[in-house]
Design a protein around this ligand. Structure first.
Ligand SMILES: Cc1cc2nc3c(=O)[nH]c(=O)nc-3n(C[C@H](O)[C@H](O)[C@H](O)COP(=O)(O)O)c2cc1C
Length: 185
């Protein structure tokens, strides 16, 4: 079976980001049926509809890149109970110009990571809402609200918490099955 290509999109630009560490941990335990790659979103100019006819090169490159993937894995922090602007901007840029949605119809999954106790629940669900119109079916289960992130990683940035590692394996196996069932690309 051909490997499915998955773009991993991290909603934090911070060097020591817990979300980036979690994204890498998920990539490490993924089944071989998925080929995962982080794609960067920090260099995308803010979306402005006036530029649709003459888009910045970074928007065009991002849109073309998205089209080459079979699915998307989002790992996001929660900012003020929602997704960071940088991630919402990437979703908006990828979804336009109207009628040329580069996310279209490809399955995804959402995880949120926070040092807080409720694991970015608000961001996780705002992100799910934003994926509906671009037509990215988001895996419903298992839900991934990863809290207490400050206790989960060692000094090299690897997952040191065994139950979170076990959850990561379960999550990625379910995601691979979700991609198989809902892919078709
Ligand atoms: C502007 C801002 C707003 C934040 N709002 C929330 C919040 O609503 N809920 C939460 O759990 N953490 C919140 N935090 C704390 C982040 O969860 C924390 O900074 C986390 O480390 C960010 O993810 P990262 O490590 O991947 O960069 C906020 C942080 C910032 C900078």
């Amino acid at each position: 079976m051909a490997q499915k290509r998955i773009a991993v999109i991290v909603g934090s630009l911070r060097k020591e980001s817990f979300n980036r560490k979690m994204a890498k941990a998920l990539m490490k335990v993924s089944p071989d049926s998925l080929g995962l790659e982080i794609i960067e979103i920090g260099g995308l100019p803010l979306y402005n509809q006036d530029l649709d006819d003459n888009p910045p090169a970074a928007w065009s490159e991002f849109r073309e890149r998205l089209k080459k993937f079979d699915g998307f894995l989002f790992v996001t922090p929660e900012y003020n109970r929602s997704v960071p602007g940088v991630l919402k901007n990437a979703i908006d840029v990828g979804s336009r110009p109207y009628g040329k949605n580069s996310w279209a119809g490809k399955p995804g999954a959402v995880g949120s990571v926070s040092p807080g106790a409720i694991g970015g629940f608000g961001a996780n669900h705002h992100l799910r809402q934003s994926l509906v119109f671009p037509n990215v079916p988001a895996m419903p289960q298992p839900e991934a609200y990863i809290g207490k992130a400050g206790d989960l990683f060692d000094e090299r940035g690897d997952l040191s918490n065994e139950s979170t590692r076990e959850f990561a394996v379960k999550f990625m196996n379910a995601f691979a099955a979700w991609i198989e069932t809902n892919g078709g690309h």
